[in-house]
Design a protein around this ligand. Structure first.
Ligand code: CMX
Length: 137
């Protein structure tokens, strides 16, 4: 497995609408999609910066991953997502190298992509995500 590029950088925010204004006014970027991902208990907003996206994440549930993160650490960089050809293959390869997985198998994330997370305790403190269109072995 070799990631092709950074697919997106996930940033936890307290208020999605205010954060969108910040990225539009300060950086001159345009939000091209807002989507709720019920499974992840978040509302997301996306911006393109070249090949990479910025994904803003607002919690919809204090018990969800973003709700807990913001309560503990406040808003800020939450995860790095690497584009891979095959998410399940990338997950099992990481596991075979001793990495603790959050997701043993890929699941559906924003924008219809397959996603899978590695545990930040085994990735030097950085919550790491694989994402891609394909997940079949
Ligand atoms: N980056 C680095 N460390 C993180 C972290 C993050 N984003 N989120 C949590 N942690 C750390 C905590 O600081 C804590 O460390 P300590 O034990 O040293 O205090 C530890 O992980 C456990 O955190 P917790 O608050 O007790 O939360 P949980 O164990 O219940 O969950 C995690 C942590 C990473 C397993 C969970 O957040 C998760 O499953 N994340 C993957 C899914 C996700 O983040 N979804 C969000 C939306 C994604 C999307 O749609 O793109």
């Amino acid at each position: 497995m070799k990631p092709t590029h950074i697919e997106h950088i996930g940033i936890a925010v307290e208020n999605l609408e205010e954060a969108i204004k910040h990225y539009e006014n300060i950086l001159g970027l345009s939000c091209y999609a807002i989507e709720e991902v019920k499974d992840q208990k978040v509302r997301t907003a996306f911006f393109r910066v070249g090949q990479t996206k910025i994904e803003l994440l607002e919690s919809t549930d204090p018990e969800g991953a973003i709700g807990k993160f913001v309560a503990k650490k406040g808003a800020g960089v939450h995860h790095l997502a690497f584009a891979v050809d095959n998410v399940n293959q990338a997950l099992s390869e990481a596991e075979s190298k001793g990495i603790k997985l959050i997701d043993k198998k890929s699941r559906l994330g924003a924008e219809g992509l397959q996603i899978g997370f590695l545990h930040p305790k085994s990735t030097l403190g950085v919550l790491t995500e694989f994402c891609g269109r394909s997940s079949t072995f």
